[in-house]
Design a protein around this ligand. Structure first.
Ligand code: NAD
Length: 297
């Protein structure tokens, strides 16, 4: 299949590689010429604009930093909608607010083009291994068209509802993750300050009612989970800056819905404080450093 793939960064490039490996012919576009040159060596077509990439494509996939880039890539004069044929499906895999993708989809619908959202979880490791989870917001018919291709980049392809619901699922889950990590950090730091061995405490939590993914798989105390970023200096995980971005999307979506997200807003401020002191590049579990007496800032 001829697939336009736009946005070839840390996530997009390995996703595109998986599609090339699966035998698809890719029309690639990114502002970064270096990444385009690398992927061109694998036999893909380099495009001059999103419009050019979409021309002749049978599917369009975008993977961009934020909402402003998604608007520009679809709606500008040289954007996707200027080049795509009616009836060709498109899907945006970026993490953005639900409202933006709904607005882009509404504009696309006027010319017979269906745009859905499919944000991912699984990080760059999942993108490379082809094991991402896609949270898809699309009609059932659109979902059926997208699923076989998404399955070549991911393991779990979940239909969440109509366009925008993929983003809703993503920001609600990540808000909870951000909050639960802070809860685990507080409990682990308190236990240490009061004098219990942190390994013993983690075992108790993980067989008791406090157990959650942040305590069990990704515990923020160094050495508790050998494979967690905490055990390798908070490197190579999910950066606090990305968590901050997702919490910003959640609190902004909550504001528009007049829905209180009290803990989500507090969590946002804690990750913002991390970012402000220059720790935004660390894994988000390093939020515990603000609680530990030996690392407090
Ligand atoms: P990135 O910054 O590494 O890559 C974005 C790419 O988009 C860059 O190559 C950039 O040059 C390109 N780009 C920007 N504006 C463009 C434009 N107008 N036209 C064409 N290309 C343009 O970001 P990433 O880490 O790949 O993340 C992409 C999306 O996935 C984000 O929305 C992010 O929140 C989400 N996400 C990232 C991760 C992760 O672990 N990195 C995990 C889950 C979801």
């Amino acid at each position: 299949m001829k697939i336009a793939f736009i946005g070839l960064g840390n996530m997009g490039a390995p996703m595109a590689r998986n599609l090339i490996r699966a035998g698809h012919q890719l029309h690639l576009f990114d502002l970064n010429q270096q990444v385009l040159a690398e992927l061109a060596e694998l036999g893909s077509r380099i495009s001059e604009s999103p419009k050019h990439a979409a021309q002749g494509a049978e599917l369009v996939i975008t993977m961009l930093p934020a909402a402003a880039h998604v608007r520009a890539v679809y709606l500008n004069d040289d954007g996707v909608l200027a080049g795509i044929c009616a009836g060709v499906p498109a899907v945006d895999c970026s993490t953005i607010d639900p409202q933006t993708i709904r607005e882009v989809a509404a504009v696309a619908a006027q010319q017979g083009v269906v745009v859905g959202d499919a944000p991912v979880s699984g990080g760059t490791g999942g993108a490379q291994a082809g094991t991402l989870t896609f949270m898809v917001g699309a009609s059932l018919e659109h979902f059926a068209a997208l699923k076989p291709i998404l399955a070549q980049m991911g393991r779990n392809i979940v239909h969440c509802g109509d366009v925008g619901t993929g983003q809703i699922a993503k920001i609600c889950n990540n808000m909870l993750l951000g909050i639960s990590m802070i809860g685990v950090a507080e409990a682990m730091a308190l236990g240490d300050a009061l004098g219990i061995d942190t390994g013993v405490l983690a075992n108790i939590i993980n067989t008791s009612t406090g157990r959650c993914w942040s305590s069990e798989m990704y515990n923020p105390w160094p050495g508790v989970v050998q494979t967690a970023p905490a055990s390798r200096g908070y490197t190579g995980g999910f950066g606090a800056e990305l968590m901050l971005k997702d919490l910003g999307l959640a609190t902004e979506a909550a504001r528009t819905a007049r829905q209180p997200v009290i803990l989500g807003a507090v969590a946002q401020q804690l990750y913002q404080a991390m970012s402000a002191r220059g720790d935004g590049g660390k894994d988000f579990s390093a939020v515990i450093e603000g609680y530990r007496k030996d690392t407090q800032v």
